[in-house]
Design a protein around this ligand. Structure first.
Ligand code: HEM
Length: 417
């Protein structure tokens, strides 16, 4: 739909500029506009339930973790190019302002047109006329950031550099990063527009190091909805942590007050892994073997020996090298992750094979008690014959932006260098 279409089915991004998002985001009007919406606790925002709506940006925790998983992803890792702490802080404030507008379905700054004819517009324009599409923007700080800007003493102990795991074949150009922004939305153009505009604002201070587009969520935080399937055709995310499981989120995902450092309270840690799938080999594998590899059947998604997807897995009934058996908390001293990954297909690899796979995203309270032990245990996973980890990054995810005066990273930069 263009900006001049006369019969919009729902308020457009452009319209939102004028209407303040009235009627789109629940409670927004009363609070003075969509950007003022605030999430509380771990809640799943009802406004997000309506496709195309806006997810509140403000809250004690960042959106994009426990909030319902959208269909599309644009993930970007940035290298900070400025060496000036004040400039970095300025960038984070500018990004926060823009993120507030973008997640409310608005154009950045003064918009994409109508301003000075002699200057480039503030917004690049490709999301005009599109709905907010449940866009969430989640920021993270990589280990490399803490060696600079006087932040060494602030590095969380839990933000460890990931060790090398069996089978890793990591590409440095698809790994690491000082900052990350995870953009999730139901419309790919909305997610891409958000990352593009943040990158544009960052010009001269930060530059994209690598990025990943994702389609088709491979995990959900809403167990009542149909479980999505990954590119291997299996239901994925069945035993994920749900956005409504407050206790499990507190226990396994959110950094608590006693965990330290104080600036991370209410935050989390993210591990991102680009996992290539050898799709062509997988597609020549028998159904029985495919099911043995996961320890679940392909149709229903039920664990071995059980009838229903949600039946409790009986691990001993599975092959010793079955993925679910090895990844299950009972095999990992209780280690539990909130998975939020996406499928990707980035063309072909030059040898006639699809460059496709799973962009694995997992949130946890402590990487040393989450991803690391589980991934170590997966060293003997039967799935390894069909996958290869080719990119890797880890980020500290700070708490949410509480209100209009707050900004991404305030708690980290509160202490003078
Ligand atoms: C391309 C790679 C992968 C594929 C295709 C894949 C697929 C699956 C599938 C189909 C399930 C069963 C349904 C479910 O409960 O979600 C599952 C479960 C699980 N996977 Fe993966 N997975 C992959 C990589 C990983 C990695 C790297 C980790 C963590 C290091 C991981 C951790 C888990 C966990 C924790 C479960 C739930 C186990 C349970 O509680 O029963 N997976 N995965």
């Amino acid at each position: 739909m263009t900006d001049t279409d006369s019969t919009p089915p729902a308020p457009s991004r452009r319209a939102l500029i004028g209407w303040g998002g009235a009627g789109l985001a629940l409670g927004a009007a009363a609070a003075g506009g969509a950007a003022a919406m605030t999430r509380t606790g771990n809640d799943v925002d009802p406004a997000g339930a309506a496709a195309g709506g806006a997810i509140a940006f403000h809250g004690a925790r960042q959106a994009g973790i426990a909030t319902p998983v959208q269909d599309r992803l644009h993930f970007a890792a940035f290298d900070v190019t400025t060496t000036d702490r004040a400039e970095l802080v300025e960038l984070l404030k500018d990004w926060t302002r823009a993120a507030r507008q973008l997640t409310a379905g608005r154009a950045v700054g003064e918009g994409a047109y109508g301003g000075l004819a002699e200057a480039p517009p503030d917004d690049t324009g490709e999301a005009l006329g599109l709905k907010p599409s449940r866009l969430t923007l989640t920021i993270g700080f990589g280990p490399s950031l803490f060696g600079r800007f006087g932040l060494a003493g602030q590095r969380p102990e839990a933000l460890v550099d990931l060790p090398k795991f069996a089978g890793d074949n990591l590409d440095a150009n698809r790994s690491g990063g000082d900052l990350c922004v995870q953009a999730c939305a139901d419309d790919p153009q909305v997610a891409v527009h958000a990352i593009r505009n943040l990158a544009r604002i960052g010009m001269g201070k930060a530059v994209i190091r690598w990025s990943q587009l994702g389609f088709g969520k491979t995990s959900s935080t809403t167990p009542d909805a149909q479980t999505p399937r990954n590119l291997m055709g299996f239901k994925d995310g069945t035993r994920n942590i749900a956005g409504t499981e407050t206790d499990r989120l507190e226990k396994f995902v959110w950094v608590g007050e006693k965990d330290g450092p104080a600036w991370m309270t209410g935050g989390s840690y993210l591990v991102a892994r680009r996992i290539r799938m050898h799709i062509e080999t997988w597609d020549r594998t028998s159904l029985q073997e495919q099911e043995d590899i996961f320890g679940r059947d392909k149709g229903e998604g039920a664990p071995v020996g059980k009838a229903k997807e949600r039946d409790e897995p009986f691990l001993k009934a599975m092959k010793p090298d079955a993925h679910v058996r090895l990844a299950h908390p009972d095999s990992n001293h209780g280690a539990t992750l909130l998975r939020r990954g996406y499928s990707f297909t980035d063309g072909t690899d030059g040898l006639g094979r699809l460059d496709a796979g799973l962009f694995f995203l997992a949130y946890q309270r402590d990487v040393r008690e989450g991803f690391i032990p589980v991934q170590r245990n997966l060293a003997t996973d039967a799935l390894n014959e069909y996958i290869q980890h080719v990119g890797s990054a880890v980020f500290a995810i700070p708490p949410g932006v509480r209100d209009a005066d707050d900004w991404w990273g305030r708690t980290l930069f509160a202490k003078e260098a």
